[in-house]
Design a protein around this ligand. Sequence first.
Ligand code: C5P
Length: 221
Amino acid sequence: MKRNKNKITVAIDSPAAAGAGTQAKLIAKEYNLFYLDTGKIYRHIGYLTLKRKNINYTKIKYNISKLKIIDLKKKKLLTDKVARSASIIAKDKKIRDIVKNFQLQCAYYPPSKFNGSILDGRDITSVLMKNAMFKFYITASLETRAKRRYLEYKKLKKKISFKNVLKSLKNRDKLDKNRKFSPLVKTKDSILINTTKLSKKACFEKIKAIMDKKLNFNGNI
Ligand code: C5P
């Protein structure tokens, strides 16, 4: 299959609960892009390895070869326990290599009905889609992120205190930013979007203005 250079490619990196997923979904809808939340793949593996002492790479490789987008929509992936497990297995280079191909397929060979793709995660701008047409680093203060995640958990009826949500996010930030392979960084060519004081709408409008300017200029839309 040939890679279509005219397709729109959007790469987003962000620390946990900064609002990247919300923005990615809005962008995907606006420009008809295929969306992949790469964190869900790590959560999927984090879930599979929850009760395991040793990681069975062969089994994980097989599981990922059969992975369908619908598998990533399961509610069981949304717990804090699974998020923490995901952060731990995400440090492992072997695991990252196993999921790379699935992500690249989504990034560069999305189903033809889409105008392109949008991926969010921790290493999208720095590793996976280095040459993306648009690169954003979305962030927000730790307090704000913890408040947002706490409210999400409340809506999902998950029993977790605000203090523990904050602690868990802080710990994941530390793990994700300081690991050896594919740490979370803001690349020089990524546009910084700080959502601490921005509403979802204001944030989206900011991103849309940036994208429209370039797309109109290039004659893509
Ligand atoms: O985005 P989300 O919080 O669901 O991601 C769960 C975990 O998966 C992150 O804390 C991170 O350790 C890992 N991850 C990653 N690389 C990505 C996406 C997620 O290492 N591209």
